[in-house]
Write a protein that binds this ligand. Structure first.
Ligand SMILES: *[C@@H]1O[C@H](CO)[C@@H](O)[C@H](O)[C@H]1NC(C)=O
Ligand SMILES: *[C@@H]1O[C@H](CO)[C@@H](O)[C@H](O)[C@H]1NC(C)=O
Ligand SMILES: CC(=O)N[C@H]1CO[C@H](CO)[C@@H](O)[C@@H]1O
Length: 444
């Protein structure tokens, strides 16, 4: 989130009128009409439903799957060469679908593969297929059939696939509706050079197997936001993917770099989110989870980050968290320049089995070996935030500053407590992060 209240007195007035429902700041909806009021209320109800009162049960569930999927060696080096061998699914999410040579005929199998807090996400599983044939994006208020904007604004569930490889430049933010899957498998789909994806007051969305880079702010204007509704929008933030007041979201095998604002932001009471198998490169502020320390709706925010590779050219915020519960498990952090994981407003951060490789200290004044960073709170306050590191692999002097009382807050109980794999397994678990080059008739 960048710009807040950037424009006129009119938008300020509008802001005040819907601040009751959206207390944080502008939602970029210029006319918060009956349609959006209802959509916001439904989304809030969905958030309450999706929120898990005992998050450690969910983290255990994921850990157990990691344990089952892994066998064999560990190596602490990333493979530089492209892998050409037989299909190898190295983590439990991939194992669920990847090595099926008939994946094309069984595309919807993917809908049952999410783990972590977003594990109930089914996307467009119960809908028909919609094939994108036209990469253009010229008519915001009345998009052409066959375009991505037409597909994502249809009412009801849809499984969206692509007829061929294509580059899509979004003229304005792509305002999605609930119960959609965007499935880029089998084509090389690149969203670049324009605005990004907006998931606002919706639920149940899968985004899989695409690349998103070089994203800019949209100017705003009249934009279709549902099959039967066109609304006036203010300027967008310029995030790659913006999750705003939405729940049950799964982002998997997406490659992302360079956006005007964040690569992925999740704000305003968004919850039940899993971000997995993604590859992030070349960006400053990678992920923001929660935009205001005062927005208590974000107490319900529950997000899993698993098997992602935070790679070259990244600076900070992987993620930066507020208030919610973030499970960071078996990710590979090979590059950061300021810090990897940070936050304010007492978020709970459980870091398990990640690998953190600190940047070299070229200048002692720019020593960024600390993985963590706390903001806007003295130690007397943050010492009570639960930030915990378990079995993380620390390299090049990386260190994680823990806080809080782990025993008091994490009620891991009974015999099903299985730890995440140690950080030494991470290169294997994240080896195929990012969009895959799936071919029809062959395992991915
Ligand atoms: C949200 O939940 C409340 C309480 O259960 C209910 O009265 C209301 O109708 C729901 N709103 C929508 C839009 O579903
Ligand atoms: C960087 O900072 C850490 C923590 O203060 C310290 O232990 C480490 O020696 C420093 N590294 C260098 C190269 O100065
Ligand atoms: C099971 C196994 O092979 N563990 C090894 C993983 O890598 C570390 C560091 O290279 C070794 O110390 C472990 O023995």
């Amino acid at each position: 989130m960048a710009s807040r209240g950037s424009n006129s007195a009119l938008s300020f007035l509008l802001f005040v009128t819907f601040a009751v429902i959206v207390p944080g700041f502008s939602a970029h909806i210029a006319e918060f009409d009956e349609y959006w009021q209802k959509r916001a209320e439904q989304a809030e109800n969905a958030t309450l439903e999706a929120y898990h009162p005992n998050p450690s049960e969910v983290t255990n569930h994921l850990n157990q799957h990691v344990h089952l999927a892994l066998s064999g060696s560990n190596s602490s080096r990333r493979e530089l060469k492209k892998y050409n061998g037989p299909c190898m699914a190295t983590n439990p999410i991939d194992r669920c679908w990847r090595c099926d040579p008939n994946w094309e005929r069984n595309r919807k199998r993917l809908a049952d593969c999410a783990l972590g807090f977003g594990r109930r996400t089914r996307g467009g599983k119960f809908g028909r297929f919609y094939v994108i044939t036209d990469p253009s994006d010229n008519d915001m208020a009345n998009p052409k059939p066959g375009t991505l904007r037409h597909a994502v604004t249809r009412n009801g569930p849809l499984w969206i696939i692509f007829a061929r490889s294509m580059t899509i430049r979004l003229s304005e933010e792509l305002i999605m509706t609930s119960d959609k899957t965007i499935d880029g498998r089998g084509a090389n789909v690149l969203i670049t050079g324009g605005a990004g994806l907006m998931l606002q007051f919706i639920r149940n969305v899968i985004i899989h197997g695409i690349r998103i880079n070089n994203i800019y702010q949209g100017k705003g204007g009249m934009i279709m936001d549902a099959e039967d509704h066109v609304g006036l929008r203010t300027k967008s933030d310029g995030d790659g993917i913006s999750i705003f007041g939405s729940s049950n979201i799964w982002i998997d095998h997406v490659s992302m770099s360079r956006a005007y604002d964040g690569l992925i932001d999740a704000v305003e009471g968004s919850t039940a989110i899993t971000i997995s198998n993604c590859h992030f490169t070349n960006h400053n502020e990678v992920m923001l989870f929660g935009a205001s320390d005062k927005f208590i709706g974000d107490n319900k925010m529950q997000i899993t980050l698993a098997f992602n590779h935070f790679g070259q050219g990244l600076m900070q915020r992987m993620p930066r968290c507020r208030l919610g519960f973030v499970h960071v498990v078996n990710n590979d952090y090979t590059h950061w320049q300021m810090y990897a994981i940070g936050g304010s407003g007492h978020p709970t951060i459980i870091s398990q089995g990640n690998r953190f490789i600190a940047p070299p200290v070229l200048d002692p004044k720019k020593n960024a070996t600390e993985v963590t960073k706390r903001e806007y709170a003295p130690e007397s306050e943050w010492k009570n935030w639960l930030w915990k590191s378990e079995n993380d692999l620390m390299m090049n002097g990386a260190f994680f500053v823990s806080s809080g009382n782990p025993r008091a807050v994490l009620p891991f109980h009974t015999a099903d407590v299985i730890s995440a794999k140690p950080g030494t397994y991470v290169t294997r678990l994240t080896r195929f992060a990012g969009a895959l080059g799936c071919k029809v008739g062959q395992p991915c």
